[in-house]
Design a protein around this ligand. Structure first.
Ligand code: CA
Ligand code: CA
Ligand code: CA
Ligand code: CA
Length: 351
């Protein structure tokens, strides 16, 4: 029996145990099976021992998507850039960069550039880079050392209504600071605070839905909250999901990411670190639960556990990832220090 079928049997046994002998009663909660998928590519191991890799984003090369870049943090040392084969092509020793995100079409020096930001825990600042599309390398474009509240999680938001770009930082004190990013007039990026608010307990993962103007925030021990992303909005937050047994997540709630489809459809995905799974919700109003999956060994690559950051891109990326890719940080690699795993998107959602 191979490992995959063992896992399937285990899932069935757990499902039977969970339902006891009342499985046929119509009033019982439906049993949730856990989809199992496997990576097809893993990145080179990170340069430091221990908990190091954390969060990733994907820059999509507009001329040839197969040349796209995975940008991953090493929270002890800096930022690594990998090609879609997992080979490290650049490393920036720029501090304890914890979370990373990026947005295309940022106006800088008369051009539209791809802007990458990361939360720097070394000095509680924003690390800011552009992707040079000619060299496919990151270049520092921070106008100065831009201080924020205590840095921990971070994400970006590009308002389709106002055209403004924002950096959002979250932290262990429950604070959320949103800063507007802008060209300082000299082709470098500066920022100013747009709002500051506070939740009850430790935060980290966040993601903005640029089209629906929503900001999702992970409160690690509690669940996922949805806020209006516009800094001047006043609507109260709503709770998307909580932790087990009432919810579908097991603390810590970690990375969050969004898969965009047409017409406002798509998916919100969360790393449920406490049980090494990922929970998929609809992106549309109500954020209905869709499924739970885990990443098991396959294709000669180990499974994934203790995931912090995740990222999804749900559109063609060349022959390796014809429908897109899901990227997960792996807390324990079988061969060395931590790394990132790349999973074909169609093995998670096939539509
Ligand atoms: Ca970790
Ligand atoms: Ca965390
Ligand atoms: Ca692993
Ligand atoms: Ca491995």
């Amino acid at each position: 029996m191979n490992l995959r079928s063992k896992h399937h049997i285990l899932v069935v046994v757990i499902a039977l145990l969970a339902t006891g002998c009342h499985a046929s009663r119509a009033t019982d909660k439906p049993v949730k099976t856990v989809l199992e998928v496997s990576a097809t590519i893993e990145t080179e191991p990170v340069r430091t021992q221990g908990d190091s890799a954390d969060d990733a984003t994907l820059w999509v090369d507009p001329t040839d998507p197969s040349l796209s870049l995975v940008i991953g943090t090493n929270k002890q040392r800096g930022l690594a850039v990998y090609d879609l084969n997992g080979k490290e092509v650049q490393f920036l020793s720029d501090g304890r960069l914890n979370n990373v995100d990026h947005r295309d079409n940022f106006p800088l020096g008369g051009q539209k550039i791809s802007l990458v930001t990361a939360s720097n825990r070394t000095d509680n600042s924003i690390a800011v880079y552009r992707v040079n599309p000619e060299t496919r390398r990151l270049e520092n474009v921070a106008a100065r050392s831009i201080a924020t509240v205590e840095a921990y999680g971070s994400c970006m938001y590009h308002s389709q209504k106002t055209g403004k770009f924002y950096y959002i930082v979250t932290n262990k004190r429950g604070e959320v600071e949103q800063l507007e990013l802008f060209d300082n007039g000299k082709g470098m990026v500066d920022a100013r605070r747009a709002r500051l608010f506070k939740l009850g307990t430790q935060l980290e993962g966040c993601v903005a839905d640029d089209e629906l103007d929503q900001l999702y925030i992970g409160e690690e021990a509690i669940g996922i909250w949805k806020y209006p992303a516009a800094p001047d909005a006043s609507a109260p937050p709503t709770k998307v999901d909580g932790v087990l047994p009432a919810g579908n997540l097991k603390a810590d709630v970690e990375g969050l990411t969004i898969a965009y489809q047409n017409d406002g459809r798509g998916y919100l995905i969360a790393s449920s670190q406490g049980n090494n799974t990922y929970v998929v919700y609809r992106r549309e109003a109500g954020n209905a639960y869709v499924k739970t999956f885990r990443i098991v060994p396959g294709n000669g690559i180990d499974g994934v556990s203790e995931t912090d950051g995740i990222h999804v891109f749900a559109a063609p990326l060349g022959p390796q990832f014809p429908h897109g890719v899901f990227i997960a940080q792996d807390g324990v690699d079988d061969k060395g220090t931590q790394n990132f795993k790349l999973i074909p998107w169609q093995s998670i959602v096939n539509e």
